[in-house]
Design a binder for this molecule. Sequence first.
Ligand code: NDP
Ligand code: HSE
Length: 437
Amino acid sequence: MERLNIGLIGWGTVGCGVIEILNSNSEILRKRLGVELYLKRVADIDLEKPRPVDVPMDILTVDANQILEDPDIDIVVELIGGTEPAKTFIRKALERGKHVVTANKALLAVHGNELFDFARKNQRIIAYEASVAGGIPFIKALREGLAANNIDTILGILNGTANFILTRMTETGVSFKDALKEAQERGYAEADPTLDIEGIDTAHKLAIAAAIAFNMPVSFDAVYKEGITNIDPLDIEFGREFGFQLKLLAIARKTSKGIELRVHPTFVPCDHVLAGVRGAYNAVYVHGDAVGNVMFYGLGAGMMPTGSAVVSDIIDLARDITHGASVRIPPLGSYEVEEAELKPIDELETSYYFRFSAVDQPGVLSKISGILGKYNISISAVIQKGRHVGGAVPIVMITHEAVEKAVRKALDEIDRLDVVRAKTQLVRIENLSGNGI
Ligand code: NDP
Ligand code: HSE
């Protein structure tokens, strides 16, 4: 075999990155693989749109079937995103004996179990390195590099857009809207940026990573999700006064009460390494019983970093194909994927930041703290600002560890007090010092 034929569907941001790498690094890749990676056809529904990377006219098509039905194509790269027609394209490719590379975490998080099953039945591979943490080889690390470990924690920043927005808001005070616009212009954001800012994209990635780490099916619906759209710059500022930085964290943790799967804005200590992860960078920790803590850091989005991950999958497949290996690594890294007990968010025990909006009069603080006491929520620090926001003053509290269910009940009661003028803001705090993370 002298060359492997690749068909790429989706000449967008990531597609351009892949084409650029295949072109500029073709010689290096040929030497590493012993075969040529040949881009035989590129499909996109819009061939008129200006793109940062050119493709010869004679390999372009608007019809993905020209790739899927071409018997000479060995590897189909799906980079259109979304559920349909991406899912149908992938199934069709597998049915026709092609291996598939995708970056489509939205699809895999919801339909991954079915698609992986289908790939297995067809003795073909779905490779998906770019679906989690962009340019960081995180899937490879989980499935291969850390395969010796009983993993109990994955914790980190998995969305470049959200981290970019929070960084810009924290460091330059730009509005949420302007920071989002800039992230979109840089090609970080999803076609529908709601996925980024509502924590859904992070949850897609966490569901995939947790399935590998904990030998369980991809369980996107079980991930608790909260985005950054309700974050007020005030909270970023107050958090800093308490020594915290705000991050959108993905957390998957084995506990004695089941596995926690959650995505939400989180305060982390300012001096913790995660606080220093800026812009579109991702950083994710894994804790394994043998290895201890390992951290992965790099660009989580963008044309070239994501292209790097996609091409690394093509390389893996090329090595498998040329050496006759069929399915060397099962999709989720395990032959026995089993349902796991999941811990509902209600049972979470953590510290909290509350910002109450209350009228500035004697006795308010005691009413609030009385209710917190009733629900066994202990206060570790409090500040009241003389600053009026919408006719009320912010009272900011940090708690010791409390149970989420009790916190919800307490806030519900507090928000009904006649001295409280707006819904209380809640941000969970992750104490990252105890276990070395
Ligand atoms: P883009 O929107 O930039 O590119 C998708 C391309 O596919 C567009 O050119 C689109 O055309 C085209 N397309 C849509 N439907 C079809 C179809 N039926 N047939 C052929 N072409 C089609 O997206 P990205 O490159 O940013 O993302 C691609 C995938 O990679 C997504 O799954 C995304 O989640 C994932 N990903 C993206 C990252 C990033 O940094 N951007 C990082 C990691 C993963 P048109 O524009 O006309 O709709
Ligand atoms: N929209 C995603 C992000 C792309 O911002 O992280 C990478 O998955």
